[in-house]
Design a protein around this ligand. Structure first.
Ligand code: PLP
Length: 408
C-alpha cells in the first residue's frame, strides 16, 4: 500500500528522472514532455546548474522570514525580473505558487482602494471560463463551474462578477465593451479590479482576443478607477514568445502582473506579483504595510532557482526560441488539422498552443464526457505528455488539449 494521497483513483506511473524534454519512469519508459507538466518546465528537466545554485543558496542562507529580513538574492532577483518583464519600476512580491499569487493580487487591489478611501470597492471581475487557482479566493475568481460548485456556500457570489470569454472573431475594442457594461451594471464604486489571463490557459486552451482588446480594457479600467490585473502565471516568462504575453498587445501596462510556473520552471515553488509604483506607494504611504504574508514568501532557495532559470532563459535566447518553435509546432498542428476534421481549432502563440476537439458538422463538443482526458491518457501510454482540459467543465464549448513543451 502507498501512503500517498493521490489526486485520483487512476494508476500513476512513478517518475524517477528528467532530462531535457524527457521524463522517465521506474520501468525506464521515456515520455516526451509536450506540456512541460502544466506549462511549468520552461528550461527543460535536469539542468544541473539550477540545482547547483539552489544547493549553494541552501548552504549559505536557506531561510529568512519576510517580516524580519529581505535577502541579497531576493533583491537581485526582483531587479532582474522587473527588467526582464519590461517593468523596471515595479515591485516584486514573492510567494510559492500561482494561487497564492492571484490571491495576493486580489488582496492588494482591495487594500489599495481602501487606502484611497474607497472601501466600497470589493468586487473582482473575471472572465468565464478562466482559471486563477485552487485556493478559495482564487477559485472564487475562476470561471470554472465544475471546480467551484462544491464550494459555493463558502463564497459570496456577488463579489465575483463574470464577463464572457473574448471572441477573437469580433474587433478587440468592441469585444472589450462588455467589460464597460458590466462595470456600469455592478456600479463602478463597488468594483476593485478586473483580472484576466492575457492568453487563456487551462480553461480555454490558448485563446487570445483580437488586437485592440487589451488597449480598450486598459482605457475602461482607467475611466472607472478599476485596477487591471494580468494573470500571466501560465502565459508569462517567455512562454508566448514575449517576456509577458501582454507585450503582444503593445503599450498596455497592467497595475498588477501575476507570475508563477515558468519563474523557477519547476525547480522550486516560486510565484509572485509585480505591482506598479502607484499601487505600491499608495499602500506604503498609506497604512505602511501590505496586510498579507506567507511563511515561505521569497524563500531564498526558490529565488536562487529563479535566478538560475532567468540566466538560462536570457543566455540561451529562449523567448525567441518559443516564438520560432511555436510557429513550427503550430504549422504542424495545422497540417494535422487538415487530416483530422475533428480537430476543430488549433491556435496559440509561442509555445502555448491549444487543439480544440469537436464535431466538425455542428462545431459542438462530442457527447463523450472527458474525451480530452481520455486522449491525453492514450497519448501518455504512447509516451507523449499533453495537458487535457474540458470546455464543459469550464462552461465553454469543447474538450481541448493544451500543448506547451519546454522552451528549450
Ligand atoms: N493562474 C493561472 C493562469 C494558471 O494557469 C494557474 C495554474 O494553472 C494558476 C493561476 C494557479 O497556479 P498554481 O497551480 O501554481 O497555484
Amino acid at each position: 500500500m502507498s501512503n500517498v494521497f493521490y489526486r485520483s483513483s487512476k494508476p500513476y506511473p512513478l517518475a524517477v528522472r528528467g532530462a531535457g524534454v524527457y521524463l522517465y519512469d521506474d520501468s525506464g519508459r521515456r515520455y516526451l514532455d509536450g506540456a512541460s507538466g502544466a506549462l511549468v518546465a520552461n528550461v527543460g528537466h535536469g539542468r544541473v546548474e539550477v540545482g547547483e545554485r539552489m544547493a549553494a543558496q541552501a548552504a549559505r542562507l536557506p531561510f529568512v522570514h519576510g517580516s524580519q529580513f529581505s535577502s541579497d538574492v531576493l533583491e537581485e532577483y526582483a531587479a532582474r525580473l522587473a527588467r526582464f518583464c519590461g517593468l523596471p519600476d515595479s515591485r516584486f512580491w514573492a510567494v510559492s505558487g500561482g494561487s497564492e499569487a492571484t490571491e495576493s493580487a486580489i488582496k492588494l487591489a482591495r487594500q489599495y482602494h481602501t487606502e484611497r478611501g474607497e472601501a466600497g470597492r470589493f468586487k473582482v471581475i473575471t472572465r468565464a471560463p478562466s482559471y486563477h487557482g485552487a485556493s478559495l479566493g482564487s477559485l472564487a475568481a475562476s470561471g470554472m463551474g465544475a471546480r467551484r460548485g462544491l464550494y459555493m456556500p463558502l463564497m459570496r457570489e456577488e463579489a465575483w462578477p463574470k464577463l464572457p470569454k473574448p471572441d477573437p472573431q469580433r474587433s478587440g475594442a468592441e469585444d472589450a465593451e462588455a467589460l464597460r457594461a458590466l462595470i456600469e451594471r455592478e456600479g463602478p464604486e463597488t468594483v476593485a479590479a478586473f483580472m484576466a489571463e492575457p492568453v487563456v490557459g487551462a480553461s480555454e486552451a490558448a485563446l487570445a482576443p483580437a488586437p485592440g482588446y487589451y488597449e480598450r480594457v486598459r482605457e475602461i479600467c482607467d475611466e472607472s478607477g478599476v485596477l487591471f490585473i494580468a494573470d500571466e502565471v501560465m502565459s508569462g516568462m517567455g512562454r508566448c514568445g514575449a517576456p509577458l504575453a501582454l507585450g503582444l498587445w503593445s503599450g498596455v501596462r497592467p497595475d498588477i502582473t501575476v507570475l508563477g510556473k515558468g519563474l523557477a520552471a519547476g525547480y522550486a515553488p516560486l510565484a509572485g506579483l509585480l505591482a506598479s509604483p502607484e499601487v505600491y506607494s499608495t499602500v506604503m504611504e498609506g497604512s505602511g504595510a501590505f496586510l498579507h504574508g506567507f511563511t515561505y514568501a521569497g524563500h531564498p532557495v526558490s529565488v536562487a532557482a529563479g535566478l538560475a532559470v532567468l540566466d538560462i532563459v536570457e543566455g540561451e535566447g529562449l523567448v525567441q526560441a518559443a516564438r520560432e518553435r511555436g510557429t513550427q509546432l503550430l504549422e504542424g498542428l495545422q497540417e494535422l488539422q487538415s487530416q483530422f476534421p475533428h480537430l476543430l481549432t488549433v491556435r496559440g502563440t509561442g509555445l502555448m498552443l491549444g487543439a480544440v476537439l469537436g464535431d466538425p458538422e455542428t462545431g459542438a463538443a462530442f457527447p463523450v464526457p472527458g474525451l480530452a482526458a481520455r486522449i491525453g491518457a492514450e497519448a501518455m501510454k504512447l509516451g507523449l505528455i499533453t495537458y487535457p482540459g474540458s470546455g464543459a467543465e469550464a462552461g465553454g464549448r469543447g474538450d481541448h488539449l493544451l500543448l506547451g513543451p519546454p522552451l528549450s
